[in-house]
Design a protein around this ligand. Structure first.
Ligand code: ATP
Ligand code: MG
Length: 658
């Protein structure tokens, strides 16, 4: 039996790039042809955008697949590439970071100041006995020191592992253990939702659980009182007193740069290992190409947390390697009010905004009148990442944020891929709402059936990558076998078929009639209803296309007649009446709406109106928990769940629902 996905929805809207953007774009259509004619030469050219201390002798060594080596023999220093070389080019006065604290305090960090801070931090880490190859944990709020700490590690060749500054003692302690880290860099706390939120107590407990950590470096952010141990040192008494002179040494292209644990949407997080030269090549090139960054004039803002891969590649390494001026914001989007994001865009004249569908849908729920109050005319490119963006959310983003002018780049990638893989190019692609469109130049993405055969246009199946790429993960930290099992054993050589190594990302996708790619969610989430494979994404997008719905999560629950039945959890938009009969009428209307949009096979058996959905800390819907609820099971791993009370609310709601 073929396991290919049904292709239910048809979206016909399409938005070509604005003429002036197309005419002046950093990357034009010929990049695709150039990369297709000689892929390795194309990537070598992009590596040439960086400063290397020693040239490579081989672009790609794929002699021991799936363990890749890129730019073999080359040497470079990443901090030098992100900081020093801009200062040496006379750009020391350019603002690197416009930092906005949640309470409204601000800091402006120029490239010259960044160089000073990174050099000082590198000297301090060296004084603490950190040497190349050691692991350093970073557990910080969104403050400039987070970027400084990462760059300081890169500068001395220490491998950083950033843990989102909201994770529990357990999550931090297991990551410290798994990475075998020697130093933690943290802060007393940060500001969230209008008040200080402590971090240091979590670190104290996590450090006490293992005997690995020798030193804890503590940034003072909130000024709240903290307990002190003999391992602790204040950042302002060490780093800020250290010498600002530090000469960056080059490291091998394959030197380990960071370990980052995945979001945990589908299960236990995996420690993804990235290395140096290939990673920076692709992070830097994609940031230049996908956002069309003009470092002299643009103000770029990525709203992700530095604890996610998006923060690594598109707050730290990509933008800084390109000499960007960017905004960094510490807090939540609704503090002090729901206009905070738009107020920041207005204040700093942000021209490129990169955010997540979860935020866009939240803004839809809050209402169109909020962004309408602000001057957003500086925006020229909008980006989305993290989950499939529903076509209606895409349209809302373009209309209410982009004011019908800006291209939207829906970027598909993963912690594992290190950088963007599939995305429109803002000056080239006529984008379709909800589609990530095509693989970037130099990337070999495909959709295949269960026999690893490319599906024809109009078909659905498994998203795979057929060619190694520069910023690919090198392994799962300390577990080569899990690396092979997780990504390489479903298709191709790793599955014992042929000699082509095929990376399986875990996501389902389809190719439309024009060959554009549509991400259809995790294959683990695909529902099998009366013999039809239906994607959660398509049903969710159909629900979100109803004017009363802001957000939806759909799961397949065991059903005696259809095998699985569709159960939907739906958040209505802010102004919608859901009490009593109005709620029941809405549910009926929604079931019919889905049937009408996608066909009767996709009609949900059950729809629940809820106020929140279970999400990971990075804002992705955790469907596996909803499936547990829908099937009356106890919940799986909840360590990366954002708010555990959400599940209680949903469970009790489900019990009382008919
Ligand atoms: P885990 O692997 O631990 O379950 P995760 O997959 O959520 O967690 P990330 O690496 O942060 O961890 O997320 C990558 C995944 O996010 C992709 O595999 C895909 O499912 C989803 N994703 C990211 N960007 C997009 C996008 N533009 N469109 C559709 N899906 C996306
Ligand atoms: Mg994943």
């Amino acid at each position: 039996m073929s396991e290919t996905l049904e292709n239910l929805s048809s979206e016909t809207r399409q938005f070509p790039p604005p003429a002036d953007l197309a005419a002046n774009a950093n990357v034009k259509a010929d990049a695709y042809e150039e990369a297709a004619s000689n892929r390795l030469a194309f990537w070598a050219k992009q590596a040439g955008r960086l400063a290397w201390s020693k040239p490579w002798t081989q672009i790609l060594d794929w002699s021991n697949p799936p363990f890749a080596k890129w730019f073999v023999g080359g040497e470079l220093n990443l901090a030098y590439n992100c900081v020093d070389r801009h200062v040496e080019a006379g750009l020391g006065d350019r603002v690197a970071i416009h930092w906005e604290g949640e309470p409204g305090d601000t800091r402006t960090v120029t490239y010259a100041e960044l160089l000073k801070l990174v050099s000082q931090a590198a000297n301090t880490l060296t004084d603490l006995g950190v040497t190349a190859g050691d692991r350093v944990m970073i557990y910080l709020p969104m403050i400039p020191e987070a970027a400084v700490a990462m760059l300081a590690c890169a500068r001395i060749g220490a491998t950083h592992s950033v843990v989102f500054g909201g994770f529990s003692v357990d999550a931090l302690a297991t990551r410290i253990d798994d990475a075998d880290a020697k130093v933690v860099i943290t802060a007393d706390g940060g500001y969230r939702r209008g008040k200080p939120s402590a971090l240091k107590p979590t670190v104290d407990e996590a450090v006490a659980r293992t005997d690995r950590i020798e030193h804890v470096l503590v940034v003072r952010r909130t000024g709240e009182e903290v307990a002190w141990t003999d391992k602790d040192k204040w950042w302002h008494e060490t780093v800020e007193q250290a010498s600002p002179e530090h000469k960056a040494q080059p490291f091998d292209s394959e030197h380990p740069l960071f370990i980052l644990y995945t979001s945990g949407t589908t299960g236990k997080p995996k420690g993804i290992l990235h290395t140096t030269g290939g990673y920076l090549t692709q992070a830097s090139y994609t940031h230049h190409a996908v956002f069309d960054l003009k470092p002299e004039t643009d103000v770029y803002w990525c709203t992700a947390d530095i604890g996610w891969v998006t923060g690594h590649s598109y707050i730290v390494y990509g933008p800084l390697s390109n000499g960007a001026t960017q905004v960094m914001y510490e807090g939540t989007p609704d503090t002090p009010d729901r206009g905070r994001f738009w107020q920041i865009v207005d204040k700093y004249k942000v021209s490129i905004l990169y955010t997540a569908p979860t935020l866009i849908r939240t803004m839809m729920k809050w209402g169109d009148d909020i962004p309408a109050k602000y001057d957003l005319s500086s925006l020229r490119v909008l980006g989305s990442v993290g989950e499939p963006i529903n076509p209606e959310a895409w349209i809302w983003y373009r209309e209410h944020v982009g004011r019908e002018r800006t291209p939207i780049v829906d970027t598909w990638w993963q912690t594992e891929t290190g950088a963007i893989m599939i995305s429109p190019l803002p000056g080239v692609t006529a984008a379709k709402p909800g589609s990530a469109m095509t693989a970037l130049p130099g990337i070999g993405a495909d959709v295949v059936d269960d026999q690893a055969q490319s599906v024809p246009d109009g078909g659905g199946g498994f998203l795979v990558l057929r060619e190694p790429w520069p910023s690919m993960l090198r392994t799962i930290w300390g577990d080569d076998q899990r690396f092979l099992d997780t990504y390489w054993s479903r298709f191709g050589a790793g599955a014992g078929n042929g000699d082509e190594w095929i990376y399986f990302a875990g996501d389902g996708a389809k190719k439309d009639e024009d060959g554009a790619l549509w991400l259809l969610g995790r294959v683990d989430d695909v529902m099998l209803v009366s013999g039809h494979n239906i994607s959660t994404t398509e049903v969710e997008s159909a629900l979100v296309s109803h004017p009363s719905v802001a957000e939806a999560a759909v799961v397949g629950a065991t059903d005696p007649t259809t095998g699985q039945a569709i159960v939907a959890f739906t958040i209505p938009r802010g102004n919608v009446d859901t009490e009593g009969e109005a709620g029941e009428a809405l549910i009926k209307d929604l079931r019919n709406h889905v049937a009408k949009t996608l066909g009767p096979i996709a009609k949900p058996r059950q729809i629940m109106l809820v106020t929140e959905l279970p999400k990971t800390r990075s804002g992705k819907i955790m469907r596996r928990l909803l499936r547990d609820v829908a099937e009356n099971r106890s919940l799986g791993d909840v360590t990366t769940l954002q708010d555990s009370t959400v599940m209680d609310l949903i469970s009790s709601g489900l019990k009382t629902a008919k």
